[in-house]
Design a protein around this ligand. Structure first.
Ligand code: HEC
Ligand code: HEC
Ligand code: HEC
Ligand code: HEC
Ligand code: HEC
Length: 190
């Protein structure tokens, strides 16, 4: 009896333990490589658009421009026509607005550089989060203070799970109003 337990421990348990330790070590190492995290990424944009001026000082609602943030996966970036609601008149003679007007007249989309991105094999959905009352700032920082958007937080699997396991710790204002997020693989890898 004793021998077979020991046998079991050595033949089965030990290799499993070693496997688990090694894989979690490898995953931790891989997931924490800074170039995968995107934190601090803030590319030059084709037009010097400022969130601080528009969403901060002028207090334009995020949803006025990020139209689909409550409807589906992607928040979306506004078409130039949204900007032209104001800029056919506002500051129309300024250099950056002349550039904006040029894009509009030529009917070419502004080539904004994308920052926040999860890989194709992972599933994220804005509506599922925002419609539960979660503030954009929990994941994007205070964009209203940013002259130029910068990614303030990484979207590694570990970061998603960290909030999913204990959302009320991250978002105390939603205590009792949100469920825990899913942690089973197929929720995010479909
Ligand atoms: C609700 C009206 C409104 C909308 C919509 C709007 N803007 Fe503006 N924008 C303004 C006003 C007003 C100013 C001047 C603010 C100030 O300087 O205090 C401004 C300033 C700017 C400036 C700085 C101009 C300068 O003085 O050099 C840029 C660039 C700009 N906006 C780009 C955009 C872009 C790009 C969009 C669309 C994504 C956009 N704006 C949408 C009203 C708007
Ligand atoms: C007047 C239109 C406008 C408003 C209002 C606005 N945004 Fe934006 N947003 C843009 C444009 C244009 C871009 C792309 C250029 C840039 O990154 O500055 C953008 C980019 C972003 C990005 C980065 C997207 C990426 O590529 O990863 C985030 C995050 C974001 N906005 C969040 C917000 C939040 C949160 C609010 C409200 C507090 C807000 N925005 C209000 C127009 C707007
Ligand atoms: C729970 C975290 C979370 C919240 C809350 C959140 N975002 Fe995001 N956001 C992300 C992630 C993750 C990405 C990258 C998504 C992808 O690659 O599909 C992203 C990408 C974006 C982008 C660029 C790509 C796209 O989806 O169009 C914009 C713009 C944006 N968010 C705006 C907002 C705004 C505005 C709000 C609030 C109304 C908001 N986000 C709330 C996590 C969040
Ligand atoms: C809450 C969402 C979420 C859940 C649940 C989740 N993942 Fe992920 N996973 C992600 C995201 C986002 C990424 C991409 C970012 C990164 O590489 O960390 C990722 C990346 C991965 C990668 C890395 C792939 C690579 O190229 O490095 C593997 C492997 C993985 N997940 C396996 C799993 C397994 C197995 C489970 C279940 C035990 C699981 N995931 C559960 C969101 C999730
Ligand atoms: C700040 C907290 C927070 C972060 C960060 C976060 N989530 Fe969530 N997520 C939640 C909560 C809370 C729920 C459950 C909401 C409810 O049902 O009440 C949820 C639900 C989900 C769901 C289930 C809803 C659906 O669309 O099927 C998925 C999938 C998901 N999150 C993916 C992700 C991925 C991928 C990331 C990282 C890129 C992420 N989340 C980051 C808090 C977060």
């Amino acid at each position: 009896m004793k021998k077979s337990v020991l046998d079991y421990a050595l033949r089965v348990r030990l290799p499993i333990t070693i496997f688990v330790v090694l894989t979690s070590f490898a995953v931790t190492f891989y997931a924490s490589k800074p170039e995968r995290e995107g934190k601090g990424y803030s590319p030059e944009q084709p037009i010097k658009y400022s969130h601080k001026v528009h969403a901060g000082d002028m207090a334009i609602d995020c949803r006025y421009c990020h139209l689909t943030v409550e409807k589906g996966r992607h928040a979306g970036v506004p078409p130039t026509s949204t900007c032209m609601n104001c800029h056919t008149v506002a500051r129309a003679d300024k250099e950056e607005i002349l550039k904006l007007t040029q894009f509009y007249k030529e009917n070419t989309p502004i080539p904004w550089k994308r920052m926040h991105k999860v890989p194709e094999y992972a599933y994220f959905n804005h509506a599922a989060h925002v419609n539960k009352g979660m503030d954009c700032a929990h994941c994007h920082g205070d964009i209203r203070e940013m002259e130029k958007v910068s990614q303030v937080q990484s979207f590694t699997m570990a970061a998603c799970l960290d909030c999913h396991r204990n959302p009320e710790k991250k978002m105390p204002e939603l205590k009792g109003k949100v469920q825990k997020g899913p942690t089973h693989c197929s929720a995010c890898h479909r």
